[in-house]
Write a protein that binds this ligand. Structure first.
Ligand code: TGC
Ligand code: FAD
Length: 429
């Protein structure tokens, strides 16, 4: 019999069937925490290790002290400062859950706590980091040759080499399997492929030193991953124009990738992985990071709306916070943030133990992005006309969260992934 069961059977009858007069010891063992923490309503901190709490605090401090003061102007100017990735590298925040190559080797949960800290400030800053850490470094770590890992990972971990991940094309977003970008054997230069095609909506592409481009090998028709090293591309074979005038994610930099028979050495191709398994495996890590990341954005919306509701007075000098409809908006959003956080931590724990499935990640990515966007949109109402001023920050989160719901698999696409897993019936074809 387990010790837990022994204790239960040995318990006094009154403990199992409590009367009105409970013994003091039983009453105190069933007592409640006195203080409800509106910033962590379901006590998710209790699920974290000391190390994870310390990492989270370091990341939160950096983000609040160094990123928050820059974001308003960066968003207005649609400017991304690559120095940010170098600062993150100095703190060990890049590729933090990878082991070796100068990476911190922390848990997946800790890695996601970093994304939450960054996204509390701005989803665009988190985007720049996710692409570097999960999509490019994660891809090289999982599928790169020993030489590719040695060559790229240490400098990427320091933010000295910047990465971009090129999967989406102008004609193929949700359906990357139909991509048109190709790689063919160089007709005259042995050991080289020529890459041809266009990618669009690519985070970091205008500033990236190394672009992980997914292309179909002409000889086999199979998708392969290529590390396109900008410094080695002859003039006119690689262009990465910036996409300007975005309505969301303006503090990140987004662009296209045009490849015009760009020569790439064979040793820059991922040696083994073929097909969509390659890019989708990279996406598992990034989608997981987003699931906790967007909870940071929602929490920031809650904090901002709560402060505003307490300070703004309408009708007989009452703060908005006194009104029931306003309280319900805050209660709904806080509940979504608390549930979403617990779910993301649980999936991260399973991921750390090798027990997570891609469908679990689809579930938390979809749910948390949807609830964060919905919550932010409703909380925006509390600000009335002032929501339209960028200085209140809420409109920026709403615009950003639309993008998080769209990229890395739009929410309806994740519904179909889940629907397929539940029914066994494929909805995509
Ligand atoms: P499907 O038949 O489902 O799968 C093809 C092959 O891929 C394997 N696979 C996975 N492997 C690992 N992890 C996953 N999550 C995987 N999902 C699928 C699968 O086992 C199969 O392998 P094999 O060996 O049998 O060939 O392929 P499909 O074409 O039917 O896929 C449909 C669908 C809708 C699920 C898929 O195309 C999809 O997820 N579409 C969404 C596209 C997307 O997420 N794009 C993201 C672009 S990158 C980006 O947005 C970065 S933003 C970054 C930032 O700024 O933060
Ligand atoms: P579409 O595929 O055209 O879909 C449009 C709508 O139709 C969506 O709502 C979708 O859910 C729906 N739809 C499509 N197919 C179906 C179906 N079968 N059933 C039901 N509904 C369907 N990509 C990269 O590769 N790398 C990046 O770094 C990157 N960064 C990005 C940064 C930003 C700011 C943005 C906006 C996008 C980025 N993307 C990136 C691209 C992103 O992943 C795609 O936008 C996304 O996958 C959706 O593709 P799409 O825009 O072509 O939409």
């Amino acid at each position: 019999m387990s010790r837990l069961l022994c204790r239960r059977f040995a318990a006094p009858r009154a403990a199992l069937f409590p009367s009105r007069r409970l013994p003091v010891s039983v009453a105190s063992s069933r007592s409640y925490a006195t203080q409800f923490d509106w910033e962590d309503p379901l006590g998710s901190k209790n699920l974290l290790t000391e190390e994870e709490l310390a990492i989270s605090e370091t990341a939160e401090r950096y983000c609040q002290e160094r990123l928050l003061p820059r974001v308003l102007q960066a968003y207005r100017d649609e400017h991304y400062d690559p120095e940010i990735l170098r600062e993150m590298g100095d703190l060990g925040l890049l590729g933090a859950n990878l082991k070796g190559y100068g990476c911190a080797g922390v848990s997946d949960v800790a890695g996601a706590l970093i994304t939450r800290a960054v996204e509390r400030v701005d989803s665009g800053y988190r985007s720049g980091m996710s692409v570097q850490s999960s999509l490019v470094m994660g891809g090289i770590y999982e599928f790169g040759s020993a030489e590719q890992k040695e060559k790229y990972l240490p400098e990427m971990a320091q933010g000295k080499l910047l990465g971009a991940f090129g999967l989406t094309e102008p004609n193929h977003g949700s359906d990357p399997g139909s991509m048109e970008t190709t790689a063919r054997e160089h007709p005259t230069k042995e050991g080289y492929y020529l890459l041809k095609g266009s990618k669009t909506w690519i985070t970091n592409s205008p500033i990236a030193d190394v672009l992980l481009v997914w292309a179909k090998l002409q000889s086999t028709g199979k998708i392969r991953g290529f590390l396109v090293d900008r410094k080695d591309c002859p003039a006119g074979t690689l262009e990465t124009p910036k996409i300007s005038n975005k309505t969301g994610l303006r503090a990140s930099i987004t662009g296209m990738i045009h490849l015009e028979d760009c020569p790439v050495p064979k040793e820059n191709m991922f040696p083994e992985v073929e097909g969509l398994k390659g890019p989708f495996s990279c996406l598992n890590g990034a989608r997981y990071g987003i699931s906790l990341g967007v909870m940071g954005a929602l929490e920031d919306c809650i904090a901002r709306a709560r402060t505003y509701a307490l300070e703004r007075k309408q009708f007989k000098g009452n703060p908005l916070a006194k009104y029931q409809l306003v309280q319900k908006k805050l209660a709904d959003a806080a509940t979504d943030a608390a549930y979403g956080t617990l779910a993301a931590v649980q999936v991260g724990r399973l991921k750390d133990e090798g027990k997570a499935t891609p469908e679990m990640i689809s579930m938390v990515k979809r749910q948390n992005c949807d609830r964060a966007l919905q919550g932010a949109r409703v909380l925006q109402e509390i600000f009335g006309g002032n929501a339209v001023s960028d200085e209140y920050g809420i409109g920026r989160h709403v615009a950003n969260l639309y993008v998080t719901q769209t990229y890395e698999g739009q929410s309806d696409i994740h519904s179909l992934i889940l629907g397929r897993a539940i029914t066994g019936v494929q909805a995509f074809v």
